[in-house]
Design a protein around this ligand. Structure first.
Ligand SMILES: C[S@@+](CC[C@H](N)C(=O)[O-])C[C@H]1O[C@@H](n2cnc3c(N)ncnc32)[C@H](O)[C@@H]1O
Length: 212
């Protein structure tokens, strides 16, 4: 029975790349929106990335001199790889394994970001995470969130895991009491080894907490 359960347990495709130092799961470059809005941060900004994977975004910030970075992911392989990459690149950040559905904020952040991760938990869980993240963001702090929507059906590579696809525009509603610096709704083509070319529908939001 245990054997059967093991067989049935699906493993997401990125885990293989997380296990190999020489492979790149998604991109070795930081997210373009992070680059676009980085001018709003300062080097002492307290930064949190949820679902950082192998960490290309936080590694980039650490290389730029950001000194207060927390980054977590559910994947032990992803975090182990990120820690090794920190050593290789000679940078320091706090990387740890955590589940965003159970994550409890213990401090405030100036920047909270998440790319391509929130839709892998149930909708009520990613909404609760964003609510808690907003409460634990300093005045003037920035969120950058990217989530897949159901405007296009989940592709076969992620369908078993994409349990919390957003409705188009749903994430923007969660930020109606913040200043929206950017909101984008778009469809893009994607490709991974052993998976045919496919489409994802996505929302991306950059929002700033008002100063009182
Ligand atoms: C498509 S990958 C994106 C990784 C990274 N953000 C990037 O842009 O390269 C999705 C990530 O979400 C992580 N993830 C899935 N469920 C999670 C959860 N409940 N808590 C934290 N991370 C989770 C996966 O382990 C994976 O690293």
């Amino acid at each position: 029975m245990e054997e059967k359960n093991k067989e049935e347990k699906k493993i997401p495709f990125w885990e293989e790349a997380y296990q190999n130092l020489g492979d790149v799961a998604f991109s070795s470059k930081p997210n373009a929106t992070l680059r676009e809005f980085e001018h709003l941060f300062h080097k002492q900004s307290a930064v949190l990335e949820a679902g950082c994977g192998e960490g290309q975004n936080v590694l980039y910030l650490a290389r730029q001199g950001y000194s207060d970075i927390d980054a977590f992911d559910l994947s032990e392989n992803g975090i182990a790889k990120l820690k090794r990459l920190c050593g290789i690149q000679g940078v320091e950040l706090h990387a740890f394994v955590a589940d965003l559905t159970k994550y409890r904020f213990e401090r405030k952040y100036d920047v909270v970001m998440s790319f391509g991760t929130l839709h892998f938990v149930e909708k009520e869980d990613w909404k609760a995470f964003i609510r808690h993240a907003k409460e634990n963001t300093s005045q003037g702090g920035i969120h950058i969130m990217q989530i897949f929507t159901d405007a296009v059906p989940a592709s076969e590579d992620i369908a078993p895991f994409a349990v919390g696809l957003a409705k188009d525009g749903e994430i923007r509603e969660l930020y109606r009491d913040w200043e929206i610096l950017q909101f984008k709704s778009y469809v893009f083509e994607d490709e991974h080894p052993n998976v045919p070319r496919h489409l994802h529908a996505s929302n991306k939001i950059v929002a700033r907490k008002f100063k009182i």
